[in-house]
Structures are given as structure tokens and as C-alpha cells.
Design a protein around this ligand. Sequence first.
Ligand code: E4P
Length: 218
Amino acid sequence: MKFFIDTANLAHIREAQELGILDGVTTNPSLMAKEGIKGEENILNHYKAICEIVDGDVSAEVIATDLAGMIREGEILAALHPQIIVKVPIIKDGIKAIKYFSNKGIKTNCTLVFSPGQALLAAKAGATYVSPFLGRLDDISSDGIELVRQIVEIYNFYGFATQVLAASIRSTQHIIQCARVGADVITSPLESILGLLKHPLTDLGLKKFLEDYNKLNS
Ligand code: E4P
């Protein structure tokens, strides 16, 4: 399973990269705004800065919602750096754009996916990744993990190459549940990734080991 970090914060990206487990980054316009990145030139430079920190795929989202606009923006983003993945929303023109990019060998991440039907269309169009937003489904008393499970089942059944990138992750439990249903990738804030390290018995055990060592060696 690949681990992506879901942020535009360079310090968080560096910390995850230094941990040695990072496979890529996802961003979206809200995450870029949270870091105060505005204006086309600054936004493009920020994507380049992210690509220089990580080795893997970096999702950069188009703002346009019409086909011509998505193609224009996507081509600019893809030309920025070989690691850039063009992130496209699951709307009618988005599917056409994904098909266009797929034919040109440009990798895509189909975003804002909330149903198996949307995921099926993304795979048919040739998306590299599909992003089901499980946290936002849980927020409205729906079942985010069940959506991820159904998409994995459908893709495996037909052998689609599109990778299931579980997004909108809110907790360590979400990451574990994604691993159990076979998501190809999770994208998560740094906090939930680091949360996987935590266990009180690890802390207690380590404390005891060090105390016993120090009794004899100090
Ligand atoms: C990732 O691709 C998504 O943009 C992101 O995970 C959305 O997360 P949120 O629902 O916490 O905003």
C-alpha cells in the first residue's frame, strides 16, 4: 500500500519524507489556500517545491470545470514536473479530460468520488488514480470504507489498472481499515500517519528496557 500525504504544507511533507515511508503527495485548492498560496505563478512554484522534496507522485488539481479549460490547465501542470499528476473532478467534462490526458500519456487523479458508479467511469476513462472521499461520507452518516471496499472489488473483478487512492482520511483507524479492504493508496494528514506509531505498551516497554539497561550500566 502506498502512503501519500494530503497537504500543501512543506514542513509536513519534509517530515513525512524524512520518515522514509512517503510515496507521494495530494493537494487540492483548499489545502493550497490553507497555506496562503495564491496567484498562478506562486501556485505553480509551490507544486515544483513539493516535487523537489518527494520522490513520488504529486497531485495538482485543475480549477477549470469545462473541457477546454481543464485541458489547458492540465497540460501546464503536467509540463511543470514529471512527478505531477493532474487532478480532475468527476464531472462530465472531467471524464472527457481524463480520457484526453490518458490518450496523451498524462497521469490523472479523478477526485471528489462518492459512488462506485463514478469510480467505474473514472476507470473506463483511464484515470491513473481514483479518489473516494471516505471521511466526507462518514461526516454525513454514510459508510466511507464500504465505498472503498466496493471500488476495490469492482476494479479487481475487471482488472482495471486504475489505483484506488483513499482520500479524506481523518484517523489512524481509517488508514487501517483502508489497508484491510485493499486500497492501493491512502492519502492522509501527517497527524494520522504519525498516529500509527503510537501504542502505550510500546512506550511502557521501552521505558522498562532502558531502566533495566541503566541499572546495570550506569
Ligand atoms: C485528497 O485528494 C482530497 O483532496 C482530500 O483528502 C480531501 O480531504 P478532506 O475531506 O479532509 O478535505
